[in-house]
Ligand binder design. Structure first.
Ligand SMILES: *Cc1c(COP(=O)(O)O)cnc(C)c1O
Length: 369
């Protein structure tokens, strides 16, 4: 048997499933040469909103813009503070900074690495205007608990870049929050063929404000009410996303089956802490992240043996060079800092096979000896 490499993410099988539909959709768009807006973008927005049981969906250029636009649409900017977890992809913090607000970081819980509502409560000041919970690795953060600790007038947002299709206590992403920005980066559970993003909201006026910001500050051409920017979901990406959305439930189901299989394979591997779903969560396993001591050596050995394991994320936001200026030093967020050097992401995608998963675990176990 020839042992081929197992990548962290393999999108080829997903593409094969939608290839014919995408080709036909692209041909129709190319025929009209209408590449911005149009029926496909509007249809995707309403289909994705319906899927998430949200009132509105605004398609935008990427997930980072989606967060920034949600904040701008809420009037959050200079002089305001926005609270978010220290252990997230850096984009969450960048978007806050780009909106002009001050980034305030908090720690996470030790088991699921989701934002810790008790820590949020400690960081609320009169300047706090929003809290962004992050659905890290594909499970929804405890928004019902966040809602209890934030005072009235503080907006709770959900960074749902990693959680399309997830549920918490039976409810989808965007439920119980002011806005849920998400990303359609190709490797996300619902991925485009390039960059894309969206904001789920429940209110028409907010939808219109976000659209205006992403359309040069106005909804009528050459009428600019404020200084906005350009952030649109491309028509061709909408074609891809419409085809993939119809398969998302099935693909998430396959991810869950793969996560269960990893759990079984790892049950007897003492040195590895497998990830868990928090109570009430239906996880969509954007990433399968275990914890292991001596991570860098294990990772290097797995990579050397053709296993595309990775790290999400090596450095908490406050310890990056980019955000050193926030002034948090080492020791500020002990839970996130203890986790970071142990995090190891195993390959997981809807079409990963049991054989591939066995090889991933075998290779890891060898590396652990
Ligand atoms: C991917 C991601 C983003 C940013 O999305 P882009 O589309 O890459 O800009 C934001 N937050 C989290 C948690 C992400 O995983």
């Amino acid at each position: 048997m020839t042992e081929s490499n197992i990548p962290l993410v393999d999108l080829r099988a997903q593409h094969a499933e939608v290839a014919a539909e995408v080709a036909a959709g692209f041909a129709a768009v190319l025929d009209t040469t209408a590449f911005i807006g149009g029926a496909d973008v509007a249809a995707f927005e309403s289909e994705f909103a319906a899927y998430c049981e949200a009132e509105h969906c605004v398609g935008v250029a990427n997930g980072t813009d989606a967060i920034e636009l949600a904040l701008r649409g809420l009037g959050i900017g200079r002089g305001d503070e926005v609270v978010l977890p220290a252990n997230t992809f850096i984009a969450t913090a960048e978007a806050v900074d780009r909106a002009g607000a001050d980034v305030v970081l908090v720690d996470c819980d030790a088991r699921h690495l989701l934002i810790d509502p008790d820590r949020v409560a400690e960081r609320i000041t009169p300047r706090t205007k929003a809290v962004i919970g992050v659905d890290l690795y594909g499970q929804i953060a405890p928004f019902e608990r966040l809602a209890q600790v934030v005072p009235e007038g503080v907006a709770v947002l959900e960074d749902a870049a990693q959680s399309q299709g997830a549920r918490r206590h039976g409810r989808p992403i965007g439920d119980g929050v002011v806005a849920a920005p998400t990303s359609f980066y190709p490797g996300k559970n619902l991925g485009a063929y390039g960059d894309g993003g969206a904001v789920l909201v429940h209110d028409e006026a907010f939808d219109q404000r976000i659209r205006a910001f992403g359309a040069h500050g106005g909804l009528r051409r050459y009428e600019h009410d404020h200084i906005g920017f350009n952030s649109r979901l491309d028509t061709l990406q909408a074609v891809v996303l419409r085809a993939k959305l119809r398969r998302l439930e099935g693909w998430n189901e396959r991810r869950r089956a793969a996560a269960v299989r990893y759990g079984e394979l790892l049950a007897d591997v003492e040195q590895v802490v497998a990830p868990a779903s928090a109570e009430g969560n239906v996880h969509v396993w954007h990433l399968y992240v275990v914890r292991v001591a001596d991570r860098d050596r294990v990772l290097a050995e797995m990579n050397a043996n053709g296993i595309g394991a990775g790290i999400h994320y090596p450095t908490p936001v406050h310890l990056t060079t980019a955000f050193a200026g926030l002034g948090y030093g080492p020791g500020s967020f002990p839970v996130a800092e203890a986790a970071a050097p142990e995090l190891l992401t195993l390959p997981l995608y809807p079409h990963i096979t049991p054989d591939q998963q066995e090889r991933v675990v075998e290779t890891m176990v060898k590396a652990l000896r």
